[in-house]
Write a protein that binds this ligand. Structure first.
Ligand code: C5P
Length: 299
């Protein structure tokens, strides 16, 4: 018997970042939108402890040791329920690695839900969300999906209404960016400036609720974008290529380096994807639609 869970990637349609806190994290107003790029995590009983395997185009970049969030999720759940984490976790990876799309977080949330179902632990949603928050700031959202405002370090979620489909194009970069490094660069660039408290932008929330892509396009912001561009200046060429191809908005996804392009409809997304693919400014291009459902057990 095994259990497979499908988990979406995310893009941040607003990422407002406050000053560094004493614990090193940053308070955020983080508007997450789940999109239809997925990892699938399969949990199978194992006699001999915890094992992680991975397949997919980026599989060679995925750590298979206990630093993998999927492994940490299984260990955290097993410890709470006083059992051994004897499980084989297989990750079919489609979300870009180190890309700013919460791929690692998706695997953590997916493994947690898969082990909960496999072991019959029956942890409630609140308990699963608590474990997710311990695993990482973006992990609770991977469980919940849809759209949500994350406050605190991003882990405290308020679900948001989404009134229609949003069509996206994602350009995958040649190399990854480390999230802590991007936050450190944010701190360096912010030095000597007054950083306001991060607050959710009503225009972003209204655009999501109406399903209005044109309104969302003028409202999207990402406070980590200057830091990501500072560490990876070539991303500026990718953003320019997508804008020239007719994207309504072009931005860095989260801490990057994946760049995200909002399109009017599926046809336009496919056209922009074609132009980006031919532009030579990125490694690969994907299209996706949001909002997508959160972590889901597959039959
Ligand atoms: O929570 P998570 O493990 O995903 O965070 C990775 C790193 O990103 C943290 O160690 C921290 O450097 C940075 N971070 C931050 N503020 C947040 C979220 C993440 O500074 N709200």
């Amino acid at each position: 018997m095994s259990v497979t869970v499908r988990v979406p990637a995310k893009v941040n349609v607003q990422l407002a970042v406050g000053a560094a806190r004493p614990d090193g994290f940053h308070d955020l107003a983080n508007v997450f939108l789940a999109v239809s790029l997925y990892d699938e995590i399969t949990a199978t009983p194992a006699a001999d402890g915890l094992r992680v395997t991975c397949e997919g185009p980026d599989a060679d970049q995925v750590p298979l040791d206990r630093t993998n969030l999927a492994a940490r999720a299984a260990e955290a759940l097993a410890a709470r329920y006083g059992r051994e984490p004897d499980v084989h976790l297989h990750i079919a990876k489609d979300i870009p690695v180190a890309g700013g799309m919460a791929g690692g977080s998706a695997d953590g949330a997916g493994a947690l839900l898969a082990c909960d179902a496999l072991w019959g632990t029956g942890a409630g949603r609140e308990e699963l969300l608590d474990i997710c928050a311990e695993l990482g700031s973006d992990v609770p959202f991977s469980l919940v999906g849809g759209a949500a405002l994350g406050t605190g370090r991003g882990e405290r979620l308020t679900e948001l209404e989404v009134g229609g489909d949003f069509h996206w194009v994602f350009a995958l970069a040649a190399r990854g960016l480390s999230t802590p490094a991007v936050y450190r660069e944010f701190d360096r660039l912010a030095k000597g400036r007054d950083i306001p408290e991060p607050v959710a932008d009503q225009a972003v929330l209204d655009a999501l609720a109406k399903g209005d892509a044109a309104a969302l396009a003028v409202a999207v912001t990402n406070d980590l974008q200057p830091a990501a561009l500072s560490l990876y200046p070539e991303l500026g060429d990718t953003l320019a290529a997508g804008r020239a191809a007719g994207a309504l908005a072009a931005l860095v996804s989260g801490s990057g380096p994946t760049t995200a392009f909002l399109a009017t409809d599926a046809k336009s997304a496919s056209d922009i994807a074609g132009v980006l693919r031919a532009s030579g400014t990125c490694r690969d291009v994907r299209t996706a639609v949001g909002a997508a459902a959160g972590a889901t057990v597959l039959d």
